[in-house]
Structure formats: structure tokens, C-alpha cells
Design a protein around this ligand. Sequence first.
Ligand code: ARG
Length: 504
Amino acid sequence: MGVSLFRERLAREFDERTARFHTSVVEDLRIFEEDIDGTEAHDIMLHERGVIPLDALKLILRALEEVREEWRRGEVRIGAEFEDIHEYIEKRVIDKIGVHAGGMLHTGRSRNDQVAVDVRMRVREEILETAKAVLNLIEALLRKAEVHVETLMMLYTHGQHAQVGTFSHYLMAYADALIRDYQRLMDCYGRVNMNPLGAGPVGGTSIEIDRHRTTELLGFDSIAENSIDATSSRDWAIEASAACSILMSNLSRMASDLTEWSTREFGYIELADEYSSSSSIMPQKKNPSTLELIRGKSAEVFATLLELLTMVKGVQSGYYQDLQGTKPPLWRCFDSTRTSLEVMAGIISTLKVNADRMAEAVKGSFTYAVDLAEGLVSEAGLSFRESYRLVAALVREAIDRGISLSELEAGDLAEASARVLGRRIEVKGDFIRMVTDPYGSLLRRRSLGSPNPREVSRMIQERKGKLEELRHILAERRSKLERSRKLLRGTVASYLEGNEPKRG
Ligand code: ARG
């Protein structure tokens, strides 16, 4: 396709290696249609401001639609002979309709505001898709949680037995974290969905433009006003990557729990075969490798955050070619985050839960020491610290005698209290057995947010309502984008048919 569009001032072409080094065509494929939409909106606006005559606009729009068709049919072949997709599309239009009409396409615009508008349009889409995947995972967690409200499970701190909880309560912890992840993404969306088009190279343009019109046609919520800021800033992209990174840190911790609980030693859960792999040599193996990959992918996503931050930090204000490099990490960030979310939702939905193994692990545990200590506060009127000392002595005694806490008798308690506190504490005969019963321990903890089945059921119901609300917010954003897409499509169609579209 002949010589480059943008090198008139230069006597020689890039050599082949430099051209390959310089081009962004590969990462630009992801903004191919955004670039066409952005150009159509810009040129329609220019026509409406009297800058481009109707017949030229029609030729441009028809050529752009042809390029879109070529792209959709998979016929586009682009290589390093193009600096980027922007050059390819403009060149293709000029080849089709000539440089008089086609040459009007880029009036009052720079690739600097152009690339920013394309990437913002793509990122808003990626955010909505990711947010949807977050909601699907929350739904999977809620469904699983509903059937395990009474499934006793040990809770750990420092990897040691801490208190008795339930599997449901555990799942709900991550449902709550993911709700915040969703909110972070959607907050960020508002700062992504701002229109930089019309900022020109860095300081605006003398061409009569209307930035409100392109904002409307492209479905932006507002305008990225200052032309330096609009073309130079990538903080909105960094913020999206930060939101994904935080989200991935949550998935990664979850993956660690579930990997550990899949071991023979724990045996709390088993992944469905569809989410497991085996070994090339050890025929007995069933590996939770999908979880391991999710944990691994978190590193990839965190790396995109650092890559983006490092990429922009030394870039002076205004566009510099460094900014071209912000696209690949962004795409990687969304790809890894979304697939991780989707796979995790599948893992959760198909997870086998071994309630018997979990119940076994809570039996005879010394975690009931807390329950005993708290029970003595109300039963015997001890201060908590007195009670704590007494129970610590009882724990030592039980360990020495090789028995569990629940096997201690009221008499053991009376003797120990005389020794430790200098007075005999008498409790009812079945007191110790009662407070050291796993299920009883769970029921006696009724504090807000605790694993008590009633509390967890309440939280599940509450979060189900929340999920509906979040789905609604997502649907509204989607339909707003859909409305603007229809507006742009309808406007393009009217001009192609030769009518000035109605504007309202
Ligand atoms: N390919 C460039 C990018 O991806 C487009 C903007 C180039 N602008 C320029 N003045 N060289 O960022």
C-alpha cells in the first residue's frame, strides 16, 4: 500500500527492524472497531459544524463501514508497515475514496486524543465484562453458602485451630470482599468513561469542533476537559489495573485456602474433575491446578500495575511514545482477571464438600477453651482474665493427661480453680460438656457477623438483595452504552441514506 501517511517530512522510511520495534498494530487490534466508531463520531460532528461537506462525509462513512466489514470478515492484514491502527484505517479510507474526501477524516484531531478515546472506550467495556464476572462469582458463592450454613468447619489463625465456624460463613467472607471489588471497578468506570476526543495533540484545535456532540455519540459520561490532561494522563488505566490487582489478591488467598483444603491431610473439599489435572507419572494424582493457576495469575495482574506505574512516572506532560506501551499490560490485566473469575466461579459451583471430614476436625479440639473461658464469665461470675487463667491451667492438665477438654469433670475444674484462683468454683455437672460441644459453641456466639447459622442466613439473604442491586447498576450502565451505540449507528445510517438525522 505504498508509502507511509505520516513521513512526508522524512527522507527515508524506517528500516524493517525499527518498523517492527516501533509499531503498535498488534495491540491495536483490540481497539479496531473503537477506532472506527471514534472516527465516525468525530467526522459526523465536523460535518454538523460545517467543517466537512455532506458528500465527503458520506464517502468517509461508507469507506469506514467497508473497513469494518473487512475486519469482521477477517480480511484485514496489517503489518509493521503501519505505525498503528490509526494510520492503517485512515490510509485504507484514502485508498478507497481518494485524498480529497478521505483526507478530511483526520481534521481537527491528533492520534494523541484518538488513541486515548479508543482505549477509554475499550477499557470501559472490559470493566463491565469484569464486573459481570465478579457478580457471577458472588452468585456462585451465595448458592454454595446456602447449603452449608450448618456445615461445621474449623477456623484458623496462624494456621492453628482458632474457633469453630461453618463453610458457609467462610464463603460469605469472600462474597463480601468481592462486593467491594465490584464497587471499586464501578467507581473507576466513572473516571474511565470521560471523553478526551477534541483535545488535539496537546493544546486543542482551531477547527470548529463540538466536544459535547462526540461525548453524546460515543456514550461518554463526561468530558476529559484539559487538553494536556486528556492526552497525557493514564491514571484511569492504572486505577483499573489497581482494582483488578486487589481483586486478584482476594482470589489468590481463596485459591490458597482451597488448595490446602484439597490435600489428603485436610480432605475438606474436592475439586470436580473438570477443574483438576493429573500427573504424567503418578497415576493416583488429582491436582487442584486450576486454583494454583489463579494464584499464579495474580502475579501477572500485579505486574501490570507496576508496569503501568513505572511506564508513566517519568513521562513529561504531553504525549510521549512511552504511552503506547500502556496497552499490552492493560489487555493482559483484564484477560487474566476475567478468566480467573470465570474459572473460580466454576470451581465453586462444582466443588464437593466433605462435611464429615470437616466435622471430624472440629471434634475434640482445644478451641473450646475460649468457649469455656467465656462460659465461666457468665456461669461463675469470674472476670475474663481470671477465667482465662483457670482455663489455661485446665488445658495444660488435659494435655498432660492425654484427654480432650470435654472429658474434664466439674471436679477437675473446682480443684484447678482452688489452685489458680485460691477459691473453688463449682459448676453444673454437664457444664463443661455443654460449652465444649462444637455445635453448641457455634450457637452461643451470636454476635453480628459471626458464623452463627442464623446470622449467616441473615447475611446470605441480605447479600442476595445486594446482588440484585449490583446487577441493576451494571444493566443500567450497559443500556446507557447500548443507547449511545444505537444513536451512533442510527446517525451513520441516516447520513449514508443522504438524510440529515433528527437531533433531539
Ligand atoms: N500508536 C500510538 C499509541 O498507541 C498512537 C499515538 C501516537 N501519537 C504520536 N504522536 N506518535 O499510543
